[in-house]
Design a protein around this ligand. Structure first.
Ligand SMILES: NC(=O)c1ccc[n+]([C@@H]2O[C@H](COP(=O)([O-])OP(=O)(O)OC[C@H]3O[C@@H](n4cnc5c(N)ncnc54)[C@H](OP(=O)(O)O)[C@@H]3O)[C@@H](O)[C@H]2O)c1
Length: 231
């Protein structure tokens, strides 16, 4: 599989637990990462903290979300579901044509005050499908990373979890699988059409429920596929 080819990765909402965890996992093997935030200073402070952890050679910086979209054409969205649509509407003029946007948002009921182990009904089918309706024409949307625990991403150990990638665009699937495969322990699997993101979000809610019940950090492994499916 090809690498992400040092294409800078902007993580929108990258100051939160999921965004910081992904940033760590990509900056560590040498990817260039831009932390995005509503507040440029908060983004820079987060990038600085990650640099302190990884060392000065880490290629990581922080910018306001719109500036991060203007600087990068590989975008990862890690914001709570209740602000996802509004943020994408704000960022639409800044998102470059032909960008790949990877949506990790989960429409958890917790984002509107409900239980974390339930998902909300999303009119379009899933958060990722909602994102696909809101980005400029030509932007390729993939759904991935929903089932990785932020707590484990922020640690140093390999993750015991597969990442299923869904998209209607073959290039977006390939780029997203390359990024996922950079996370130690993760196998990246083509999960087919973007509409399958609905199932990924439901699995997250199930995992959260299991983690609360059993006090753990459960992940998923997909078994029984031919070796090339995990490549
Ligand atoms: N936590 C996990 O284990 C995990 C794992 C996989 C996927 N996810 C999904 O990834 C997303 C982020 O999770 P998280 O735990 O990192 O969430 P979070 O910490 O609550 O939020 C992430 C970032 O979103 C930005 N944000 C918050 N409210 C906003 C608003 N109204 N408008 C624009 N930006 C706003 C904030 O950045 P600024 O204030 O700096 O702008 C915040 O740091 C969620 O959809 C979650 O379901 C989470």
């Amino acid at each position: 599989m090809t690498a992400a080819d040092s294409r800078p990765i902007a993580i929108l909402g990258g100051t939160g637990a999921a965004g910081v965890g992904l940033a760590l996992r990509w900056a560590r093997p040498g990817e260039t990462v831009v932390i995005g935030s509503r507040d440029a200073q908060r983004a820079q402070a987060t990038a600085e903290k990650i640099k302190q952890k990884l060392g000065n050679q880490a290629r990581i910086s922080g910018m306001e979300n719109a500036a991060a979209c203007a600087a990068c054409d590989l975008l990862v969205l890690t914001v709570p579901f209740d602000c996802q649509a509004e943020l994408l509407k704000q960022l639409k003029p800044a998102i470059r044509p032909h960008s790949v946007l990877i949506d990790a948002t989960v429409a958890l009921a917790a984002s509107v005050g409900g239980r974390a182990s339930r998902t909300l009904g999303v009119w379009q089918g899933s958060s990722a499908q909602q994102a696909a309706e809101l980005v400029p024409p030509g932007v390729r949307v993939a759904a991935a990373f929903h089932n990785l625990s932020a707590e484990l991403l922020n640690g140093d150990d390999p993750l015991d979890c597969d990442v299923v990638v869904c998209s209607d665009d073959a290039h977006a699937i390939q780029v997203t699988r390359s990024l996922a495969a950079k996370i130690p322990g993760v196998r990246a699997i083509d999960g087919g059409k973007l509409e399958n993101a609905r199932s990924l979000e439901q699995i997250t809610a199930l995992l959260i429920g299991l983690n609360i019940r059993h006090k753990g950090h459960g992940g998923i492994r997909i078994t029984g596929l031919p070796p090339e499916a995990y490549g």
